[in-house]
Design a protein around this ligand. Structure first.
Ligand SMILES: [Zn+2]
Length: 391
């Protein structure tokens, strides 16, 4: 079986790589391609779109026996990829290249490889009577804050469809991942008033306010460590906060009127994320801002939310985790530190697990690749799923 499906999966993956679906760009051509493939297997599809209509999520279903209402299984992947600088790559990032039992190209690992596997196995699902439906969910803009998935989930809720499990095929080297931290990213912009440095009080120094804000963030970061003394399976076991970039000012003798801070929080639970937001917002509004406005009514602090990805929490007994371990024959379970759509599916009441082909070490890298071995392992899991779903 796998000998027939494997070459098909490689061919599909090559086709998917050609669509330059960098986050924010249109993915409509790719969605059309996937929809056509699934249509050929008799799937029923519906789409949800972003506001401008330039991006779509595809949700397709291969129905079980008698169109039964049995709770089905979702195979989920995101269609967007991170940008690639072609000059840095050995070959064109958007033309798949096969070498040494690997396939290179942007998105091969994260995560068009998984999507290709699901499309390659779709005809097999369609060829038999299934006990319950198999659903395919392909979303847009996961990499920039999971913008697409909430639209699909809201739509599913309206349609009143029930599910037994969701497998998110992010690159985990085919290991079951049972939890990950949330991921909140912010840029805080400070607007002051420029002036000659010889009279600092004639202006409002945006950098100095940004430093006070940073100090408060670091104070809150220390609080985070104390908040969760019970041990978690994460590494590190507590919620973290980090300031990654600071920019502003033009020189030592000019009062800086602009400064911005880029920072992130990786909360182990929603409370920790809320704790940071509430405290830093209160500090900015009640302490810093009144002080800034004394010398300049236009002085301002604006916290821009780049993305807030909810965490994925370990379930006591998880139908999805049990299913995947059963299919792969690998009972090892792990947690990880990067964000996915898993928490969103979980919060919609769907038992969820992350398990997909490729190593996270190759995701987002120059010369990204996936090995043949990983693609075969994923196909084996999906073929086992089909066997399990047949009466
Ligand atoms: Zn991904």
């Amino acid at each position: 079986m796998i000998d027939q499906i494997f070459p098909e999966a490689l061919k599909i993956l090559s086709n998917l790589v050609k669509f330059q679906t960098v986050s924010g760009a249109s993915n409509l051509e790719l969605i059309k391609y996937c929809e056509k493939k699934l249509d050929e297997s008799g799937a029923k599809s519906f789409k949800t779109f972003n506001e401008s209509g330039s991006q779509a999520n595809l949700f397709s279903t291969i129905n079980g026996k008698d169109n039964s209402n049995n709770k089905g299984i979702i195979l989920s992947g995101h269609t967007d990829v991170v940008p690639a600088v072609p000059d840095e790559w050995t070959s064109d990032p958007y033309i798949a290249r096969e070498e040494d039992n690997k396939i290179y190209g942007r998105g091969t690992c994260d995560m068009k490889g998984f999507i290709a596997c699901t499309l390659a196995v779709a005809p097999l699902f369609a060829s038999t009577k299934l006990k319950a439906p198999i659903h395919f969910s392909y979303t847009f803009d996961e990499e920039t804050g999971c913008l697409g998935a909430p639209l699909v989930l809201a739509d599913l809720k309206k349609r009143n469809i029930n599910f037994s499990a969701c497998i998110i095929g992010e690159p985990t080297s085919m290991k079951a991942i049972t939890a990950h931290k949330g991921y909140n990213e912010y840029i805080t912009h400070f607007t002051g008033l420029s002036g000659h440095a010889s009279n600092p009080e004639s202006g409002v120094n945006a950098i100095e306010y940004a430093i006070q804000y940073s100090n408060k963030l670091m104070e809150l970061r220390d609080e985070l460590k104390k908040r969760n003394s019970t041990k978690t399976s994460f590494s590190p076991s507590y919620s973290t906060l980090q300031i990654g970039k600071i920019s502003g000012g033009i020189g030592a003798n000019v009062i800086a009127d602009q400064c911005s801070l880029e920072w992130e929080v990786r909360p182990i639970n929603k409370d920790d994320g809320d704790f940071i937001s509430k405290n830093i917002d209160d500090f900015a509004k009640n302490i810093l801002l009144p002080e800034m406005k004394k010398n300049n009514p236009k002085g301002n602090i604006n916290k821009e939310i780049i993305g807030e990805v909810v965490g994925f929490n370990k379930e006591e007994t998880s139908e999805a985790v049990n299913l995947v371990c059963n299919l792969t024959g690998d009972n090892s379970k792990d947690t990880m530190s990067f964000g996915t759509e898993a928490g969103l599916f979980q919060n919609s009441g769907i038992s969820t697990v992350i398990c997909g082909p490729g190593s996270i070490e190759q995701a987002h890298t120059v010369d990204e690749y996936i090995t043949y071995d990983q693609i075969k392992k994923c196909l084996k899991m999906l073929i086992s799923l089909q066997e399990k779903m047949v009466n």
